[in-house]
Unconditional design. Structure first.
Lengths: 288, 288
DNA sequence: CACGACCAATACCCGTGCGGTATCGCCGCC
DNA sequence: GGCGGCGATACCGCACGGGTATTGGTCGTG
């Protein structure tokens, strides 16, 4: 009697399939996304459920929904798949000829700090080439988690630094950016509730992790350039860290918002990084 | 022309194989550990190398060694496999009927803090059953990383809290525990170098992550009970947090070691935990 | 109320690839 | 020089992943 009979181990393929189904909540579309037919996908999910001994989906012939366990697995599977992807990427890059590091940062944020950091690090003995990836909001975190970047500049509380090692570099207050000549523009300071209360200038909507924009009023925005242009046109306002004032044109006005949460720029890296270059970069950053 | 031809995606099976080979540095033993024959294992590693486009092992017909990329993959693969295992376990437990949490802590450490925490949490409204796993040094960290525990008490700097969210609970100095009547026992304090310099009482060797003990002098030790017994017998001494004095018998003597690093007890949990029970437990702990 | 649309599950088939046994090639060591 | 140890290669069989065709059940809808 060969007990159980099933192989208990879960494969990444199954996790990828499950994530696709859980996100689409539709076997057909998920199969399409995975470039495969629907029946094998159904079977694979059933097999996963058997392996785990757990019901992951409520099936009602008309639609499917995640069970409690299913939504736990969705979250866990994403981080597990990120870790696997990171393993691939970091291994590939460790074998690459050139030993550079990849630093991810939101385009436009902490511009001065970033250039000072790069200069200071380049002057260090034994420094290697730094490839800078400038990207949209929320992306540096994902790049770091999936091994596409070795180190990143993040901004609490906007970015979540959970799961990384970090060093605080700089803390600053936030300001609201208004079109020049706006009625509120000559106030000495504003509160968050006042900013939210005024309805003629909506707050912009940033894309989420999935790339989609949340619903609601306000223009969709992908980067600071877009944002500041929209503000200059009188179509939006936004609360941003005050260091962004460097990038404003004279058709903007800024007003401090003392009760908005302070923004801390941190340098973050994967907790088990053994790279000398990352360590040097972090040390340089903390000494700025 | 169907470009590449290989499936780029890495499966957990391959990672498990590689970890076994990298740890054993011997295909035969690794295959045995994996309960399979050696040839398929060789092939699987070659396939992994092709997939990644990277040489992972230096083969010299007599022995094998990790390349630079190989040791990167070993580290990354371990954390990725931990994440996959955590996904399985947390999903299984999310489907379980009883909604308890599992708390891991080193047996014997922070005994008083732990019992106060459990009492206080049990008194909270909406508290659930807490299963306490008392385990050896270094284990809570692994339990947390692989999803066997939901929350843990760790001790910096002994445990590495990298990759977890933590809250500091308590900081204390360390003391050296000596057999009663030892020549140094009546000193008001000792320095680390003095402790290391005296050679009649060796420091014990704790097991590493793999369960093996490092080489060197001194007795092998698995828990504090063993340790204190050895000390009482005059066969060892040890530097430990002072709160462990509760567990000493009167055949021990303790002397403060002011320059030993302070030990901070922290409560730690996986960064993306959404469990109300874990959140309540953490909140309770910080209020103690 | 019957019919069609929709969607997941089932039935069945085929090919790939994983794992097994047997063997080779290579190197170090009595 | 021969033997032993170890990884690679050769070859084979079967289990499993993936494909097509079809069923079954449940909504809308005329």
């Amino acid at each position: 009697m060969v007990s159980a009979g099933y192989d208990e181990r879960v494969e990444t393929r199954e996790l990828r399939y499950f994530v696709a189904v859980a996100e689409e909540l539709h076997f057909g579309r998920a199969a399409q996304r995975l470039a495969m037919a629907q029946p094998p996908l159904s079977r694979a999910i059933q097999q996963l459920e058997r392996r785990l001994g757990v019901v992951l989906l409520h099936r009602t012939a008309r639609a499917i929904a995640l069970t409690e366990a299913g939504s736990v697995l969705l979250r866990e599977a994403r981080t597990a798949l990120d870790a696997v992807e990171a393993a691939e990427r970091r291994t590939r890059r460790a074998a690459g000829d050139q030993p550079g590091v990849v630093l991810a940062a939101k385009a436009g944020a902490s511009r001065e700090l970033l250039s000072k950091l790069l200069d200071a690090y380049a002057a260090e003995p034994g420094s290697v080439a730094v490839e800078v990836m400038l990207c949209g909001p929320g992306e540096p975190e994902i790049l770091l988690r999936t091994g596409r970047a070795d180190v990143a500049l993040l901004h609490r509380p906007y970015d979540t630094t959970a799961g990384f090692d970090t060093e605080d570099l700089h803390t600053e207050q936030q300001v609201v950016v208004l079109p020049k000549g706006h009625p509120l523009a000559n106030r000495a300071h504003l509160s968050l509730v006042e900013v939210n209360a005024q309805t003629d200038l909506p707050l912009p909507r940033w894309p989420g992790r999935d790339g989609g924009h949340p619903d609601g009023p306000g223009p969709q925005v992908r980067d600071h350039t877009q944002l500041f242009q929209l503000i200059a046109l009188g179509l939006a306002c936004a609360v941003v860290p005050e260091s962004l004032r460097d990038q404003l044109r004279d058709d903007h006005a800024i007003v401090p918002v003392p009760d908005a949460p302070a923004v801390t720029t941190v340098i973050a890296w994967p907790p088990h990084s053994r790279s000398k270059a990352v360590a040097d970069l972090v040390r340089t950053a903390t000494r700025l």
